[in-house]
Design a protein around this ligand. Structure first.
Ligand SMILES: O=C(O)C(=O)C[C@]1(C(=O)O)C=C[C@@H](O)C=C1
Length: 96
């Protein structure tokens, strides 16, 4: 193995650890949003709350900018996650 190969392998070990952390964090987020979906279905609350989403996006865009992450990417990522959560909420509501 060359020095360059060893360096790339070291970078990739770090990437693999970060990816694992992301999966654990997402799993935890979806675990709690599952409970939120059940709560909303029980209390006849709508699956989506656009005002709450607006506040989350504003907050995360600011955090992204502070952290050197592209705020556009952060918003797209959060939108993608929230849209999936809303689908889960709808499925829970429709199963009731
Ligand atoms: O906070 C809620 O009401 C949720 O259902 C959670 C969540 C989210 O995933 O963050 C999902 C859907 C709503 O539109 C807003 C936020």
């Amino acid at each position: 193995m060359t020095t360059a190969d060893a360096q790339l392998a070291a970078f990739r070990r770090s990437i693999d650890n970060i990816d694992a952390a992301l999966i654990h964090i997402l799993a935890e987020r979806f675990r709690i949003t599952q409970a939120v979906g059940e709560y909303k279905a029980e209390h006849d609350l709508p699956p989506a709350d656009p005002a709450r989403e607006e506040r989350q996006i504003t907050r995360l865009r600011a955090l992204a900018t502070e952290s050197g992450l592209d705020p556009e990417f952060s918003e797209k990522f959060l939108r993608f996650v929230i849209d999936e959560v809303i689908h889960h909420h709808e499925r829970i509501r429709d199963a009731d």
